[in-house]
Design a protein around this ligand. Structure first.
Ligand SMILES: Cc1ncc(COP(=O)(O)O)c(C=O)c1O
Length: 351
């Protein structure tokens, strides 16, 4: 038997491992998680609960689905819970695409869309965002396909897409439209409560960002009851573990932490952007807890220089449309000062 890469499935043979930096105690501003630390309600729940580990969790995480349904004024059956919103991305593509179906993916957007489409046998049709990183609705509609996906706010650019553009895609695109709202708490814009209005809308949400629970891997999809039934039939049963489900239910009931996390980001975001601009960065408008910025020096030198000084940010500088750009999470005032101070040092050393 051959042991080379030709043993892999032909269409995904070129895949490389995902981002997994070697860490030595750096401050992490590279993953857009909540810089205020663990979700307090979830942490309290975990420390106060005695676990009964021998039994499976509820097959479809009914407890979490009903807590979320109550939060949004929806039915439990509008919601599908899983192991991070990445699992729900996978379930969405797995449920709806046939081998070779086209899926429209904006450029630039979340790196893993390409991975999930191709792992599930689909073909990516790239649709470039406009100059100001908005959707090109005519292009998406004319490309066509089984699924069109869009993160709003968009990662890595940070901005929300215009509501009317998303509505136009929903009405004109002849296929499923996935709106990935991983960062929506920071933006106050959501389609979650509107899923029964559309026959083709799937909204994805996560507990990894504003909810400060990335370690527990909890995400969910919200859609009309016809589509959600199809997705439930395809999702791996029991994929969300009992411990994470319980912690997520506790977190849903404590909305104060989410509000204070969002307030902190909204206060710090313009100050960080201003600080970056003073160092010579070009910053792009953000509705989320991170900022995309074009570096005044070579992007690789900046990111590796910052890493050696104990601060990790994410490099997007080699990708089309984000040439020489980096992305940083918005930190607390202290973290942002540290980032700006270390960035100033790296820039000085490189000049
Ligand atoms: C736009 C977007 N969607 C989905 C995800 C995945 O989130 P989760 O941790 O819920 O799998 C991320 C994570 O960075 C993201 O940026």
């Amino acid at each position: 038997m051959t042991t080379g890469r030709e043993i892999m499935r032909e269409t995904t043979r070129d895949f490389q491992r995902y981002y997994n930096p070697k860490l030595s105690g750096e401050v992490r501003l590279d993953t857009n998680t909540n810089v205020l630390g663990s979700n307090p309600a979830a942490a309290r729940y975990l420390s106060e609960t005695t676990w009964d580990l021998e039994g499976y969790p509820n097959t479809y995480s009914d407890g979490l689905r009903s807590a979320l349904a109550e939060l949004y004024g929806l039915e439990t059956d509008n919601i599908i819970a899983g192991n991070g919103s990445d699992e729900l991305l996978d379930v969405t593509f797995k449920t709806f695409i046939n081998w070779g179906d086209d899926c429209v993916v904006p450029v630039p957007s979340y790196t893993l869309y390409d991975y999930f489409v191709r792992c599930n046998g689909g073909t990516v049709k790239e649709s470039d965002l406009t100059e100001d990183f908005q959707l090109d609705v005519d292009d998406i509609v004319s490309k066509g396909g089984k699924i069109a996906i869009m993160p709003s706010p968009n990662n890595p650019t940070g901005n929300c897409f215009r509501r009317k553009d998303i509505e136009e895609v929903l009405s004109r695109f002849d296929g499923i439209v996935v709106v990935d709202e991983a960062y929506t708490e920071y933006a106050d814009e959501s389609f979650v409560r509107r899923v029964e209005e559309f026959d083709n809308l799937v909204v994805l949400r996560t507990f990894s960002k504003a909810y400060a629970m990335a370690a527990l891997r909890v995400g969910y999809a919200v859609t009309n009851r016809k589509l959600s039934d199809m997705m439930m039939c395809i999702k791996i049963p029991d994929s969300l573990n009992k411990v994470s489900e319980g912690a997520a239910i506790a977190a849903v009931k404590d909305q104060d932490f989410i509000k204070s996390s969002v307030d902190m980001v909204r206060e710090q975001r313009p100050k960080l952007a201003e600080g970056l601009r003073k160092l010579g960065f070009e910053t792009f408008p953000s509705d989320s807890n991170f900022i995309l910025a074009r570096s005044p020096i070579d992007h690789e030198a900046l990111v590796s220089g910052l890493k050696s000084k104990g601060v990790l940010i994410r490099d997007f500088g080699s990708k089309r449309r984000t040439e020489n750009c980096v992305r940083t999470t918005v930190g607390t005032q202290e973290l942002n000062s540290l980032l700006l101070e270390k960035a100033a040092e790296v820039i000085d050393e490189c000049r």
